[in-house]
Ligand binder design. Structure first.
Ligand code: ADP
Length: 445
């Protein structure tokens, strides 16, 4: 025992003596009375008092103190100790006895498989032979085991199902041991895996087509068309077209991957939407004119400032106007507009609309337009120099800008692509607020 703990114990003992002072006083008086009456000797009296004082200085915990402590913090039953965290989990979980009956089922398990009657076997609710076999194996070997499982109703979901013995649970029920059966939701991870492999397959397929065509023409120029100058010139034109198609595709793929890396970082620059839209519309007019399409622009008189990345917003608008001209060419006209929408909160919002008067898009295609490589008509897209990535890029940029693309389309009438942005404070707003305050008679500092 070191010096500090020794000093601490002495202090505690003196505190206990102080607590017992009335008993000690009463004891001293009684012993003195007995000694004075001659019932005991003064020496035995002093010895007796010393024993009482020593007993009072010893650490003690009375039954009533123990009872009070127990009432303050009720001891948790071990079943509760396991069941409470399982109930808080959002993944389905079961507590099983060694005979396969269900001891506890959390709410997530009830929602997915239905409520198990108390003490019924797991197979009453879960019929998958793979899961039941795995559970049995885990119990026989007394080792954790797992298996993959899919549920098709109400929607396709994938789970990694794991059964593991719970070490140290008191052995009271049916042979004692308990097992934890859990279902880890792997649906999202699987979907991402599938998307990634589909994407690689699509990208390689898109690149392989122009590559195969290039190789074919090179072989022809080296072989059968070796001396045919006219054929060579024609083939070189096609080869050039295929090479630029590959370049466009690689550029779009690079854009997508760059955007993916910064999806979670919102842009912070302030952009004047009217000026940006006017600039892009002007730059697209020659291309539209080549296709026989006129582009009309409408912007509000007031300034519209939004938070965004200028270059990315230019790309959004270019892709939308180019698509409107390409796929809505038959309508001969594309309307680009910015509208301001006042709201109660903040500085209101602004809507950007690109409308064409082409054939429109059938409703079943609309939700999939922003998927990578999704096209309504593959041949029409390829013949119009499309890569199938334009709207996927638009979607990524808008996600970064904390907004999204809305598509309204009517077959035979055309399509409108709409994006809504939150407006930001403009220098004008600051001046207007100052004037307002002055009108209200407030001092403006
Ligand atoms: P693409 O490079 O093929 O143009 P996008 O991702 O830009 O790829 O567009 C995907 C598909 O959406 C296009 O192939 C086309 O079928 C359809 N689409 C896009 N814009 C329009 C539009 N304005 N009118 C009709 N269809 C459109």
């Amino acid at each position: 025992m070191n010096e500090t703990t020794e000093r601490g114990s002495v202090r505690l003992a003196s505190m206990r003596l102080k607590d017992a002072r009335y008993i000690l006083i009463a004891g001293a008086l009684a012993i003195a009375a007995f000694a004075a009456s001659g019932a005991i000797g003064w020496l035995s009296g002093a010895l007796l008092y010393l024993i009482i004082a020593l007993a009072a200085a010893l650490p003690r915990r009375s039954r009533s103190m123990r009872l009070a402590a127990r009432q303050k913090a009720p001891a948790m039953d071990w079943r509760q100790a396991i069941a409470l965290p399982l109930q808080a989990m959002d993944e389905p979980a079961y507590l099983l006895r060694v005979d396969g009956t269900v001891k506890f089922q959390n709410e997530a398990a009830e929602a997915l498989f239905g409520v198990s009657e108390p003490n019924t076997h797991l197979s009453g609710r879960i019929r998958s032979p793979a899961i039941l076999g795995m559970v049995q194996q885990a119990m026989e070997d007394d080792e954790p085991r797992s298996v993959d499982h899919s549920e098709r109703v109400p929607s396709e979901r994938w789970f990694q199902v794991r059964c593991a013995p719970i070490a140290g649970a008191p052995a009271r029920d049916h042979g004692g041991k308990l097992y934890l059966l859990t279902f880890r939701d792997m649906t999202e991870a699987r979907r991402m895996d599938r998307m990634r492999s589909d994407f690689v397959a699509n990208a390689s397929h898109e690149l392989r087509t122009p590559l195969a065509s290039l190789t074919g023409f090179i072989e022809t120029i080296k072989g059968p068309a070796k001396n045919d100058r006219d054929a060579q010139a024609r083939f070189l034109d096609i080869m050039y077209e295929q090479a630029t198609r590959m370049t466009r595709l690689v550029d779009d793929l690079m854009s997508l991957s760059r955007l993916e890396m910064k999806t979670h970082v919102a842009p912070t620059d302030r952009v004047d939407l009217n000026r940006l839209v006017a600039h892009v519309t002007d730059s697209m007019k020659p291309l539209a004119a080549e296709m026989g399409v006129t582009v009309a622009l409408t912007v509000p008189d007031e300034r519209v400032v939004i938070q965004g990345d200028r270059d990315e917003l230019i790309q959004v608008l270019q892709n939308l106007i180019e698509n409107a001209c390409k796929y809505g060419q038959s309508g001969g006209r594309v309307d680009v507009a910015v509208d301001v929408l006042p709201t109660d909160e903040g500085y209101g919002s602004a809507e950007l609309r690109v409308r064409d008067y082409g054939p429109g898009i059938a409703p079943e295609h609309v939700p999939r337009l922003t998927e990578r490589f999704y096209r309504v008509d593959i041949e029409s897209s390829r013949s119009k120099r499309g890569t199938g990535l334009g709207l996927a890029i638009v979607k990524h940029i808008l996600t970064r800008h904390r907004t999204r693309l809305v598509v309204q389309s009517t077959l035979g009438e055309g399509t409108t692509f709409i994006v809504r942005f939150e407006r930001q404070k403009t220098p004008n707003d600051v001046v207007l607020r100052l004037i307002d305050k002055e009108k209200q008679g407030l001092r403006v500092s």
